[in-house]
Design a protein around this ligand. Structure first.
Ligand code: UDP
Length: 239
């Protein structure tokens, strides 16, 4: 597989064309941004953790019969993925209140929701990814009604898969963000599943093991990313 021209550079990844038009080469970076791009920095070896941890999660999700863009790991920091026609929405699934939901509802972080909550956000950096509902999505034509339903159902299924793994690693999955795309008329999970895009709390100590350590200047950022990767690897090696 040959890496060709850079097609897209995001905040945490570079996407390159390959010699096969149906695949992209994704290179994970150590760059980190938060607060809608106002806070910038680097997290040492984040690219390696996010690439390999995402690969482990994608494999487990595929095993459960859900399509993902993941094809294979190419190196510590690189993976091969299928090219998708991306749906311009972020699907956030929440089990415990944190972050923007705590602020929006005036509820304390850590409040346990009686059932998972699914939210849709319109992907637009300039607007700061506004919260939208199904009616906005339909009226704006961002996704078909069927695909809007499907990505929310898949979000909830993926929540169950991830929680089942993470509970064995002693980690509570607080919330996470997914992105989906379409290929040959079918919905695929895209993007990544990592401590950049999820909130993980240690089940015993309630210590944060995710990007909130960077967002909130809590220190121990690299160590938290490594710790999640180490624990998940161990759980899946035993499975
Ligand atoms: N999230 C993300 N990218 C975004 C916004 C949110 O990966 O652009 C993730 C975030 O890491 C968390 C979940 O989605 O796991 C919910 O985030 P929230 O809405 O609480 O926003 P935040 O507090 O991160 O601004």
């Amino acid at each position: 597989m040959e890496k060709l021209e850079l097609r897209y550079e995001g905040k945490a990844k570079r996407v390159y064309a390959t010699d096969q038009s149906e695949y992209f080469w994704v290179a994970y970076k150590d760059d980190a941004t938060a607060l809608n791009g106002k806070k910038k920095g680097q997290i040492a070896d984040k690219g390696e953790v996010n690439n390999q941890l995402s690969a482990l999660f994608f494999e487990e999700i595929e095993k459960a019969g859900i399509l993902t863009h993941f094809v294979k790991v190419l190196s510590d920091r690189d993976m091969l993925v299928r090219c998708l026609d991306m749906i311009p929405l972020e699907v956030v699934v929440r089990n415990i209140v944190a972050g923007s939901l705590a602020q929006r509802l005036g509820v304390e972080e850590g409040f346990v929701l009686s059932q998972p909550v699914v939210e849709l956000y319109y992907k637009d950096d300039e607007l700061g990814d506004p919260l939208v509902n199904e009616s906005h999505v339909a009226a704006m034509g961002w996704a078909s009604d069927a695909n809007t339903k499907e990505i929310q159902v898949l979000g909830l299924e993926i929540n169950k898969i991830l929680r089942a793994i993470l509970v064995k690693a002693g980690i509570d999955l607080i919330d996470f963000k997914l992105e989906f795309g379409v290929l040959d008329g079918k919905v695929y999970l895209g993007d990544e599943i990592s401590p950049d895009t999820c909130r993980y709390w240690d089940m015993e100590t309630r210590e944060k093991l995710d990007k909130d350590r960077f967002r909130r200047d809590l220190g121990g950022v690299e160590e938290a990313y490594q710790e999640v990767f180490r624990r998940v690897k161990k759980v899946l090696a035993k499975a």
